[in-house]
Design a protein around this ligand. Sequence first.
Ligand SMILES: [Zn+2]
Length: 304
Amino acid sequence: MTTSTLADRLRQPEYTGENRCTPCTIVNVVIAAALSLLLGVAWPPLALVSFALFAGAIYFRGYLIPGTPTLTKTYFPDRVLRWFDKEPTPAHVGAAASAPAAGDDVDAESPSEEVETGQLDGDGASAAAFDVEAALMDAGALELDESGDELRLAPAFESAWNDEIARTDEDVARRWLARMTGVDEADVTLESRARSRWVVAMANGTTLGTWESDGALVADVAADATLDGRLDDWDRLTAEQRSALARGVRIYLDRCPTCGGDVRFGSETAESCCRSWEVLAVRCEDCEARLLEVDAESLEPEAA
Ligand SMILES: [Zn+2]
């Protein structure tokens, strides 16, 4: 047996590569180091040899101790797991071309703050930067209902948005992503990764944005096209702000962009490798597509 086939036999793709879980890997490296130190007490060279073996196991198999995800879930504080968790933040469009050096971290963190405020139920703490709700009312996308307390889609906007949704397919979405981020349309790919719950738009190895489903992306592309021309300062909006507006409109989606089915709103438990948390999700009743997801915790300040 050659080395490569041995490596292939040992490798567990479901726990390595893009599926590797950072908290689990850290826990395992710490355990490996502690075990190696113990063995080193018996015979010092053993510490090095065992650590090399353990590290190899973690590299190829994703973990050393079976059941680490459960272990990690149980004993790691959720705050720590959230920090490392690779669950993408939903539906932002990163400006890949304008900020290449800043890298993924900046893209993943700061726009998500914007998107968070973009949710109409946000606490408004950082809404001073960009008031999504006010902008959507300015644009005539949202209006107050008869009671004067609740916002709803303005009928004219809603029908224009639905027309756009009907026109929007994957090609339109890829063209839109290319325009928004300044990359070549031919480089844009849309993938639903095997174990990921998200549709990820990529170009040249950079994440352009993530959406709950193809339907969620279609809704946003169509909302952006419908909002174009309805705001005076449209041309000055950043990709993140336009993305936040589209997501703000998506909260009011009442039909599935993919199959036309009715949608329902409810709480669910989302899971990643070693963590589970409560989310509020909008789903299609017919095809079960996840059309919007909001981390329940992000809404708590207002709910409490
Ligand atoms: Zn559907």
